[in-house]
Design a protein. Sequence first.
Length: 876
Amino acid sequence: MDGAGFPETRSTCPYCGVGCGVLLRADGQGGLDVRGDPDHPANRGRLCSKGSALAETVGLEGRLLAPRIDGQDATWDDALTLVADKFRAAIDTHGPDSVAFYVSGQLLTEDYYIANKLMKGFIGSANIDTNSRLCMASTVAGHRRAFGTDTVPGTYEDLDEADLVVLVGSNLAWCHPVLHQRVLAAKQARGTKIVVIDPRRTATCDGADMHLPLQPGSDVALFNRLLVTLYEGGALDNAYLRHTQGFDAALDAAFNDKTAVTGLSDAQIDAFCQLWMRTEKVVTVFSQGVNQSSSGSDKVNAILNCHLATGRIGQPGMGPLSVTGQPNAMGGREVGGLANMLACHLDIENPDHRAAVRDFWQAPAMPEAPGLKAVDMFRAVGDGRIKALWIIHTNPAVSMPDADAVRTAIKGCDFTVVSDITAQTDTARLADVLLPATAWAEKEGTVTNSDRTISRQRAVLPATGQARPDWAILAEVGARMGFAKAFDYATPAEIFREYAALSGIAGRLGRDFDISGLKGLTDAGYDRLTPTRWPVTEARQGGRFFGDGAFFHADGKARLLPVSHRAPAAKTAPRYPFRLNTGRVRDQWHTMTRTGLSPRLSAHLAEPFLDIHPDDARAQGIVPADLVRVTSPQGRAILRARITDAVQPGQVFAPMHWTGETAPSARIDALVAPVTDPVSGQPESKASVVAVQPFAAAWYGFAVSRTDMVPDCAYWARMRTQAGWRAELAGEAPVADWEAEALRLFGLPQGETAVILDAARGIARVAVFAGGRLQGALFVAPEPVAVMRDHLATLPGQEAHGVLSGRPPADMPDPGPVLCACFNVGVGTLLRAIEGDGLLSVDAVGAALQAGTNCGSCKPEIAALLRAAQVREAAE
Ligand code: SF4
């Protein structure tokens, strides 16, 4: 309890699958204080930049406050009745497979459980899939093939105890920063070696001992070579192999694979294989670079093969570790959120499993076959097979591959419901019915992180507007569809107890997921629940799996799979010569509906971009800061070029966060082909083919404003700032009156303007004031505008004398783009300190400027600045 009388409450960060514990304290005015929970085993008090900025994302801005039908506010009663009636009508007329739920790793386990129960047990279809399909379905498939269940064998503690951590397709420094800090701490404490396997040189490479920039999609060939090396080097664990099947076939396939496809030298491959072979305590961490591939499941099994063949699994400091992208991706896997699973890791195609769940739920209608996976689901929406669709806490009109086609499909669906916290998303705009859901910090439930730790999310703020918990919304629709008895829940604790009881049945059927030890949890016990790693039974709690060689296939043995390299599905050709990789940036989350509310986070990378190699840029006539048009067989985008050798020739990278709300021409998933892994159904989001050309803009602009802007031009990207908004602009058509255009952009009917015009050179600068304070400023030039953006972004609301110069006064240095979000330290400030004060290390920078001393997420970038400065100095 603090001086103001508000207690601190333990909860969990709502972003990535690390699942960091947070301590929340409401300020009594709708706001929060947030700090890392020192007692949570995932983070021990640490938070990354996103977690540290959580308090900036809980306001009312953008919230959906009331149900809406056809864009008009409605009562809950009318909205729920309409949803139930429409779903019932579709089912009665077209059958249960004419409806679908598309849900999210943002859902709490209790919400997920109710959605899954309603669809699979009572509607009688398996057409429920989750955006986790885009994230780690290939890991699920690989685990099930190898282990017999979707089991994560190890724990985060293995990262502390490993002597070698191999990061495959994982930019851990940006996507799971707290785990990355943990790996770096192990390196410091015990000399843990770090290997990064990634086509790109990412921030994660800065702390690594070895970077293998393999060709996209060639991971199977590399790990097959490792398996051969382990065999030839006598590193197999023959005793452990007795707990497995399939080694000979896997080895044959490995011998037949060729490493040339990796693009790596023999020396690079040999160095990696020897290091892996000689190091007993090895953890192989893998993420989206492995999963988001048309051969993702095979990649996972190629990795698992090596751990199984050496018995390096389920022991301290050893094993494969999949890290998930979402806070409750694991909970969704456990509860049956995927279209091909039942709850508690039970199999939908197994009649005994189906019967057990049917009896437990007293379900009237159970599907006998898997439902539609995400890509197929939206195809079915597009061709009219799905008549009623319910999308919950996800934004498929942006985030699905072939996003333009998905947007068209949703728009054309007979009836679409969207439950969300945000009123205006690309998907919410398409809904017939919008349902306001409670947000993080307003809702109660559990999540499971990447190492099987179940943690509570707790409510510390009241529900906003008329928002309701997702489980309650789903249960109410279930009741109105005629299943009142089965969906009569009063609390999430009640749902959790039912789920835990069902898991006991799953345990008796030989499944790994068993938390039946929690089925008797009282409401008070649920309130108090501390982070708990499953399984939780009378016999055991937590721990690692498979160290004893006991697996979940019927014969109790693991399977090594014969896997062979398969190239990405899309082939480069003269028309589409570049391979497009997509991914995350450090300070944004998914489609930015929450992190985009934080000015601090938005200052790191304020504009969508395309990384392209210098040789390719030269060949295409692209110079720094150019805009480029990127075209694929599916769609097109306009992005800012960043010329960098972090990507290889022939490859380009673009982030996946920007939407129709923030940069309509940068919806990168519109370019991604809807091809999937044949086993997992996961889309290949990192290997589409594209063409890249300079974008011929008639003019370029940069603007800052106190209020949100309404751009209307070929390219725009807007971001929040401490003082309002900033936007990058470019147009193809000339503008006759820039003063009028500025007033329109800033949404002002009139204002006191200051204008510099040089029509002959195509230059215009317009500042608009009200009461002597800057409302907005627009800078236009025939080439990318050269002004001090980060300085200008601070000026709205100020008197801002001299704003039209576009630069700060001589005595006020430009801070540059923010690198350290925690202490708001910009690149300009860092460079001045590094070069002016002769700082030589990340620690010295931290001591001088605090940068990097809180969450540490920016440390790799500070290290890169230091290295670049040292290179410059050496060259002088
Ligand atoms: Fe949240 Fe960052 Fe922890 Fe992920 S690493 S759970 S985003 S604080």
